[in-house]
Ligand binder design. Structure first.
Ligand code: BT5
Length: 324
């Protein structure tokens, strides 16, 4: 058994009994381990930040769990069927979870593989921009293997941004809006960004890596001025593994609908949560600049903008600036 599976099992025993004690003898019997081995893993869990009481007569009791993105913290109580149900790779620090997940996908990592990190040294945004990734945030990348063409991936990214917005709302009560195509905005500042990278051939997408960065607890004030953290906005510390579980559930929900029925079944939901609908915007797409009003988000997730001369323009990529 892998170390993270053993830890997950022990936490499962203790959690189920909370606030009572579980005897070391019982755990060793159920796990087929010696009591010395159970003790070894209890100590490892303590080093990981778990508060575990020990009593000679009663056994062990779980007091507190750390706000860390450990594999067993994410798996505990996770209700998805595929995403996060396969391997979860946990890192303290990596250059970029997307780069790690991409390399794994190249090596046949199955759909649902998840890479998470407490911080990143070279977090990536779109078009070579940087994603500032201090401790306290969520940095994760999911490997997906959609059975569809590359031109559908734009709308999948948009649908995923809507999924994360819904997860944040269900988890915390705060209501971020989606700034087309991939940003979550809360109180006028950026809470989350999504970067999808894919490997596609002529006959379709081989794999897709969906990278999600969410600012949760910004204890050291290291985020850039255009950013907001969820904890900072709500004025409290939040437990990140619980938010990750919510996000994974929502991503799986939209991904399943997307694969079965296509983006058109998610379009109404996405339009509702979008902050650009009916707004006057400036779209900068490389050297093309379009000014006008957003009229719609179409069946493929593209933005339909009516420019100042009345032309309807379909926008597939670019950066949006809201007027006023
Ligand atoms: C994005 O790019 O918004 C996509 C960000 C994706 C990050 C995740 S984290 C896990 C995975 N691994 C990675 O390496 N990446 C993904 P873009 O739309 O290009 O926005 C980048 C811009 O957002 C920057 O130029 C800054 O202005 C701003 N920014 C940088 N760090 C930020 C942060 N932590 N919070 C809010 N805004 C930030």
């Amino acid at each position: 058994m892998k170390e993270s599976d053993i830890k997950q099992k022990i936490i499962g025993f203790l959690d189920g009994k909370s606030p009572g004690f579980v005897s070391g003898e019982k755990m060793s019997r159920l796990m087929g381990f010696s009591r010395a081995n159970v003790w070894k893993y209890i100590n490892k869990l303590r080093q990981d930040g778990y508060g575990i009481d020990a009593s000679t007569h009663l056994g062990y009791r779980l007091n507190s769990a750390p706000d860390r993105l450990y594999t067993h913290e994410i798996k505990r109580g996770l209700t998805t069927s595929v995403i996060g149900k396969r391997d979860i790779f946990y890192y303290d620090t990596v250059p970029s979870t997307n780069a790690v997940a991409y390399a794994m996908a190249e090596n046949n990592a199955p759909e649902g593989t998840l890479v998470v990190a407490e911080s990143q040294t070279e977090g990536k945004g779109r078009m070579d921009r940087k994603w500032v990734s201090p401790r306290g945030g969520i940095y994760m990348s999911v490997v997906l293997r959609p059975d569809s063409g590359a031109d559908d991936m734009q709308s999948l990214t948009l649908a995923s941004a809507c999924a994360v917005a819904r997860a944040v709302k269900d988890f915390s009560g705060a209501s971020p809006e989606v700034k087309w195509p991939n940003d979550l905005i809360l109180g006028g500042k950026k809470l989350c960004g999504i970067l999808t990278e894919m490997r596609a051939e002529l006959d379709g997408v081989r794999f897709l890596v969906m990278g999600i960065g969410v600012n949760v607890n910004d204890d050291n004030g290291q985020l850039p001025p255009e950013a907001v953290s969820l904890g900072g906005y709500l004025g409290k510390r939040l437990r990140r593994p619980d938010l990750i579980k919510e996000i994974l559930c929502q991503i799986e929900r939209v991904y399943t609908v997307f694969m079965e029925k296509g983006f058109s079944s998610l379009r109404t939901e996405c339009k509702k949560i979008s902050m650009v609908m009916k707004k006057t915007v400036k779209v900068v797409d490389h050297d093309r600049i379009i000014e006008g009003t957003v009229k719609d988000i179409d069946e493929k997730g593209a933005l339909i903008v009516r420019d100042t001369e009345g032309n309807m323009i379909r926008v597939l990529s670019g950066q949006i600036f809201l007027a006023g």
